[in-house]
Design a protein. Structure first.
Length: 155
């Protein structure tokens, strides 16, 4: 982790020289994220967004931190904002998958399926149809099992 710490130190020096550059905070946040320092990453991504609320890289980074921290509402909000700011639809594949997972955690199966379908629509050429199809089938099976359980138990 020596090189990563050096990169953090470089970004920190840059921030000391010019503290109003969102990409410095976002860059340092990405390194903190790579080092599993979620709170430091969250702080840097949030500072970046204070400086520029439409800084897409910081929104994506913070969405990942929120997701790992079990905060689906915040994850969905940041992922959605990043999708809105995207210049190219195929840049959003991972964000739609992230949103789908968070909707599923909230128990919102319909929105999870919609997000998965949108991921499939914008999937880059290298992404296998099988990956998206498997995710969709997993959610459908889960819904069927839950509905069957409810029916058996009169819920």
């Amino acid at each position: 982790m020596g090189k990563l710490q050096e990169a953090i130190d470089d970004f920190s020096r840059a921030i000391q020289l010019k503290s109003d550059v969102p990409s410095y905070y976002s860059g340092r946040g990405n390194i903190h994220w790579a080092m599993n320092r979620s709170q430091d990453a969250l702080n840097d991504f949030s500072k970046s967004l204070e400086l520029d609320p439409k800084f897409r890289d910081a929104l994506i980074g913070r969405a990942k931190v929120y997701s790992k921290s079990g905060m689906p509402e915040q994850t969905i909000a940041d992922a959605s904002a990043a999708i809105e700011l995207s210049q190219h639809a195929n840049d959003n594949f991972d964000l739609f998958l992230l949103r789908a997972s968070q909707y599923r955690k909230r128990g919102n199966t319909r929105e999870a399926l919609v997000a998965l379908l949108r991921a499939f629509i914008v999937a880059p050429a290298g992404i296998s149809f099988a990956i998206v199809a498997t995710s969709i089938m997993t959610i459908i099976c889960f819904v069927l099992i839950v509905n069957r359980f409810r029916k058996i138990n009169n819920i």
